[in-house]
Every structure is written in C-alpha cells, then in structure tokens.
Design a protein around this ligand. Structure first.
Ligand code: TRP
Length: 336
C-alpha cells in the first residue's frame, strides 16, 4: 500500500483566530507529530493574489500564520512546513494542468458561480465583473499544490471540498491522457471538529469581522470575550447551553469534565459575566505559553523566514524530480 500523504494549505489573507485554531491549527499540529504519516502544511500565498489583497497585509498574514503554527509546537522535523511561493514547481505544474482542465469545469466552481450570480442579480450586464483570471483558475493552482506532493488525503473545511474533487478530476483526465503519473487525492472532512461562532453569534469569520484573534494580548482577549453576544436572562435564571456561543467556545477548549460542570452551572443560572470570566480564564491558560513564543517570533521574523526556507528545501527535494517526470510525460523535454 502506498503511504498516506496528508496535505493542507492556508491562504495568507488574515490573522489567525480561535476558530481557525480549533478547526485547523490544533488538529494539524497534533497530526504533525504522527510519525506514521507524511504531512505537508503550507502557506498559500499565491492563492491570496486571487482577490487583490494589500501587499503588506499578505506579508503580515504570512508571518502571523507561520508564527502561530510554530509557536504552538508544529513538528517541523516530521512534517514539511513551507510557503507555496518558495516552490517554483507549483506554478509550473499549474500551467501544465491548465491543458488538462476543461473550461466548463471551472465554470462550475462554487466561488466563481457565486460571483457571477451576484453580478447577475445586481443587473450591471457583465456577469464576470470583478472576476480575475486568478479567481477563475484558483482550483487549478490548488490542484497543483496537491498533486505535486502526491497527496492522498487533503483535510479541508466543507467549503473546499469541491476544489479537492476538481483536483481529482483534473488528475484523472491527465492520467487518462498521459499515463498513470498523478496520484488521485481525496478530501478529508472532519465533522467532529467544532465550527465556532463569533462575537455576534454568526460563524466566526474574517469576512464578518467577528473574530477573536488567537494570540490577542491578554487584556484584549478579555475585552473581546466580554463582548460575546448573550441573551438578557438574569443571574439565577436557568440558561440553555443550546445555541450559546459562550458554551460552544468553552466546550472547544475545556475538558469533558469541565464542560459538564459548566452545563450544570447553566442549569443553575450562572450569570453571563461570570461565564465570560470562566471562558476567558480557560482560553488564556491554554494559550498564554504559546503567546509568549508567538510574540518572540513576530518580533524576530528572520527565525520564521529560516524555518520556512528549510521547509521549502525539503519540499522541493520531492517536487523537483517529480516535476521533471511530469514535464517529460507531457513532451516538454530536453532535445538531447
Ligand atoms: N483554498 C484553501 C482555502 O481557502 C487553501 C488551500 C490552497 C488549500 N491550496 C490548498 C487547501 C491545497 C488544501 C490543499 O482554505
């Protein structure tokens, strides 16, 4: 049996928040320590160009995401941790895959369709208004990310499932045409990892501006937690854990035992202020040690740069010979 290869990318457009931590970073770091699995994690900085991001923001986000994963103890000896743009084989493969990707397949991508629908509804006459080619062919770049490392398993959120399926479709078509060269990946969606709600009760997301940054300084962390939306039940009135953002976040951080105790406290009518204080203490206790390391790394970007370059070299030692094989297969070959 071929070895399982896990690979996942993080787009460099924002500051990591506790929803990212619970949904992707924490499980990713745990998996990085599993010696039986090959794990690739990377910063998808080229993907962040699909939507005209501010250049300084991309750099800052790359630093913050990398520093977060490193500070939390990512095992960079066992796993390969790198930056997409350090691997020139990725954009090369992206172009090669363009030849094996039906335009119609890209027309069906959810994110592209959402843009077209929004344009159509606004009645401006151009369904492609504001859509860059990078947004349109985003799934092909993502396919190259995955295929260049022969990934078999791609842990992603639900919203990215279609992209992984597209990578599989593209690889299949490639293999049909050129022979059995690419490895077919499959998406891995873990429904047991929590999706956290944000300050306003909607899904925690950068686009809703309702996040709690993972390494907010202690004071700010407390302030944000105090802002989490609750209902107007008074202290002493029994409260429902169902639909309570505070409870949901608490559960994602606390032990089963402490979570059960809090559920009881809800039934007994805990005051919202007290619950917020408990949540703050729980999160702060867990994140404080890594926060010190995070701050050290943010203040010393050369350490992070060094870690990414080393990861990039490791990654390229796999990508380079494989791309040579792929180029040969498609007929881009030395003449003599
Ligand atoms: N598109 C993914 C996201 O927005 C990030 C990503 C880029 C990715 N390349 C990938 C995820 C390859 C998995 C595999 O979340």
């Amino acid at each position: 049996m071929t070895q399982q290869v896990f690979l996942t990318g993080i787009t460099t457009t924002g500051t990591p928040h506790i929803g990212n931590y619970v949904g992707a970073i924490r499980p990713g770091i745990a998996a990085s320590k599993d010696a039986d699995k090959q794990n690739y994690y990377f910063l998808a900085d080229y993907h962040s160009l699909a939507k005209n991001e501010d250049p300084d923001r991309i750099r800052q986000s790359t630093l913050e995401i990398a520093a977060s994963w490193l500070a939390l103890g990512l095992d960079t000896d066992n796993a390969v941790f790198y930056r997409q743009s350090d691997i020139p084989e990725i954009p090369e493969l992206t172009w090669i895959l363009h030849g094996m990707t039906a335009k119609g397949l890209m027309n069906r991508a959810h994110s592209y369709k959402a843009s077209v629908q929004a344009n159509t509804e606004s009645g401006g006459g151009d369904p492609d208004k504001g859509v860059s080619m990078a947004q349109y062919s985003y799934p092909i770049l993502m396919a190259a990310d995955i295929l260049i490392f022969k990934a078999t398993h791609v842990p992603v959120g639900r919203d990215q499932k279609q992209h992984v399926e597209m990578a599989r479709d593209i690889a299949q078509r490639f293999n049909h045409h050129y022979g059995d060269i690419l490895v077919l990946p499959e998406p891995v969606i873990d429904d047991s990892t929590a999706v956290l709600s944000g300050l306003d009760g909607r899904k925690m997301s950068k686009s809703y501006n309702n996040t709690i940054p993972l390494f907010a300084p202690e004071k700010r962390l407390r302030k944000l937690i105090m802002k989490i939306k609750t209902n107007s039940l008074e202290p002493g009135e029994p409260k429902d854990i169902e639909g309570s953002t505070l409870y949901e976040i608490y559960r994602a951080f606390a032990s089963a035992e402490d979570t059960a105790a809090v559920a009881q406290a809800y039934a007994d009518g805990i005051a919202w202020g007290e619950m917020k204080q408990r949540l703050f203490e729980c999160i702060n206790e867990q994140l404080a040690p890594a926060r010190d390391e995070y701050e050290r790394l943010i203040a010393n970007p050369s350490i992070v740069e060094q870690a990414l370059r080393m990861g990039g070299e490791k990654a390229r030692s796999a990508a380079e010979p494989y791309l040579a094989e792929i180029r040969h297969a498609v007929g881009v070959r030395p003449l003599a």
